[in-house]
Design a protein around this ligand. Structure first.
Ligand SMILES: [Fe+2]
Length: 583
């Protein structure tokens, strides 16, 4: 069966902007249906998946993913009419009675009708009979379980909110996902983190990872008690309760003014303005938030593992992009294996909705999951782009091919403390650059963090960098259970004391690192590079950060790669066997 999965609500952002034209930049993502993506599954096999933002440059867009759909269909030489099922990662219609807005506004923004109409306007025919809405949390759960390769597992989904729930627990076995527990939006752990992110002057539903990074600099003790009053785990029911006062979550689109006021009183701390300097109290607040978030999830996951007797854990939903919390969850004593969906944000619901419907047809994934599902480019295509980009003399290039010399040369650059861009194979699905669209540098390079943050990526100086590490060197440098999440940079690990000097550029303030363990079977080209890095640096380890600049989605195509390379202080670009530099 040919199933196209899609995520996003095409009119949501537009309606949000029209209703709140004065919204601050940090409040722009207070709306549902962002991160649109498309995914194509044929007979249970994932053929292609990509987020729409990568094609249009509009980061996190919720627009109908027409470019991503087109890419998925082109990959399999299909036409829109060939698609048998269109799976969508929201099913609001089922919950219509819970929503107080007008029928017009519900239909315009949340209803399946809005997506069907958008596809029809784009020229698709016979959409309604092929359209299947999938419950948002089922789509998240399916995105993790059906790609995990496990025959049974405990599946936890946590995000800001789905249609009416924010955290759900499933017991998965074979083709079925049995729901054991669900929590309403009021008790959303994801929403709590996002509201606190906004309280700290960062963007809601966007900058949570910055708060996680900031937490390492703080001492949570001062704010812990208040957080413990606010959010608690109920050991009788296995649920999390958040004691927001009545109306605290009202006027969400205006930036949750009542919640901001409530937090200010509870913590005796003023909300930080986006342009205000970060102080110790902000780091302390972030640290307490991170501690409480982690320990609540830890209690909840341990409870449901014990209740079900499961030992395999599958996680999806935006909360599980929090790799600090994931480290603790993966290290729970009863966890034997763990899988976190790399596209744990709503982009992943395009994949999950399609996988869920495929499983219903008895079509299960037969081979291992790979997050490298995006476009790739031929040598001829790149040569044409280079000819064009270098015509004005601003770039020099030569073609070496994927020879040992090519990988050795890139490794030598890294050893010499240069910062290189690395562009190979299919683009990653999900937010992390996993060695196909990456910026790389020496793991203990001279002032490497400051140089990449300041000259290359223009990011906040407190933000850490993650390491990619060759599988055979992981145990020497990091303390890790080496579960699947570390393959995809979804779980932190402790840097070994005696390895601190070797990886000083990637150790965060609290001695952790968000590792990507690289093996030959997962990413051959990246593995070949790190094998050469090992020869010249002693360890197969480098800094790995996404190939983009602040505000730009992960780079997808060679033309954008070349334009970006030219505009920032990168030393060399290695692209499918081409070596590119600035004269
Ligand atoms: Fe979600």
């Amino acid at each position: 069966m040919i199933i196209l999965g899609i995520s996003g609500l095409p009119n949501s952002q537009r309606a949000h902007r029209a209703a709140h034209p004065q919204a601050l930049e940090i409040d722009e993502r207070i709306c549902q249906g962002l991160d649109s993506a498309a995914c194509l599954i044929i007979d249970g096999k994932v053929i292609a998946a990509a987020a729409e933002e990568r094609f249009t440059g509009d980061k996190g867009t919720g627009e109908l993913p027409l470019h991503a759909i087109d890419y998925c269909l082109r990959t399999a030489h299909l036409q829109p009419g060939d698609v048998q099922v269109i799976a969508h990662g929201f099913d609001y219609d089922r919950y219509r009675r819970f929503f107080t807005q007008s029928a017009e506004s519900f239909d315009e923004v949340l209803s399946a009708k809005s997506v069907i109409k958008a596809l029809e306007q784009a020229g698709w025919e016979d959409v309604a009979p092929r359209f299947k809405a999938v419950d948002h949390h089922i789509a998240h759960a399916a995105s993790a379980y059906f790609t995990s390769g496990y025959e049974r597992a405990l599946c936890i989904v946590s995000d800001g909110m789905g249609e009416v729930e924010s955290l759900t627990v499933f017991q998965a076995q074979g083709r079925t996902l049995k729901k054991l527990h669900g929590q309403p939006i009021k008790n959303s752990l994801g929403l709590l983190y996002s509201i606190c992110t906004r309280f700290l002057g960062f963007a809601f539903n966007s900058d949570e990872y910055k708060v996680m990074g900031l937490a390492a600099y703080g001492n949570g003790t001062a704010y812990l008690e208040a957080f413990n009053q606010l959010a608690q785990f109920d050991a009788n029911t296995g649920s999390i309760n958040i004691r927001w006062p009545a109306q605290a979550l009202s006027r969400a689109e205006e930036g949750y003014p009542a919640a901001m006021e409530f937090l200010a009183t509870l913590f005796n701390l003023a909300p930080r303005a986006s342009d205000e300097a970060l102080g110790d109290r902000h780091a302390d607040f972030a640290a307490a938030l991170q501690t409480v978030f982690t320990s609540l999830l830890e209690s909840l996951v341990a409870f449901w593992l014990e209740r079900t007797g499961e030992t395999s854990l599958c996680l999806a939903g935006g909360s599980f992009l929090n790799c600090k919390a994931n480290e603790r969850l993966c290290n729970l004593p009863s966890v034997e294996r763990a899988f976190v969906q790399p596209a744990s944000g709503d982009d992943g619901t395009a994949l999950g909705a399609a996988l869920y419907l495929a499983a219903q047809q008895g079509e299960l994934m037969d081979s291992g999951f790979s997050p490298y599902l995006g476009p790739e480019y031929s040598v001829e295509h790149i040569r044409r782009q280079l000819d064009e980009a270098a015509a004005d003399g601003s770039l020099k290039w030569r073609y070496e091919g994927l020879t040992d010399e090519y990988f050795a040369r890139a490794a030598q650059d890294i050893a010499e403390d240069k910062i290189i861009a690395w562009f190979h194979g299919r683009m990653e699905f999900g937010p992390r650059a996993l060695g196909n669209r990456s910026i790389l540098g020496r793991a203990n390079g001279h002032e490497i963090k400051a140089r990449i943050n300041g000259l290359v990526k223009f990011r906040e100086p407190f933000r850490p960098f993650a390491p990619a590490v060759l599988d055979i060197d992981c145990d020497q440098l990091f303390e890790s259970k080496k579960l699947q999440p570390t393959r995809y940079m979804l779980c932190t690990a402790r840097v070994r004391e005696d390895a601190m000097a070797a990886v000083s550029g990637v150790a965060h303030a609290d001695g952790s690192a968000r590792i990507q363990v690289v093996s030959q079977d997962v990413n051959e080209n990246f593995w070949r590079l790190l094998t050469q890095v090992r020869k010249v640096c002693g360890h197969g380890c480098s800094i790995n950060t996404s190939f983009n600049v602040k505000g730009q989605p992960l780079i997808m195509s060679p033309d954008v790669a070349l334009a970006t390379f030219r505009s920032i202080a990168l030393d060399t670009l290695y692209m499918e066997g081409f070596i590119v530099w600035k004269p």
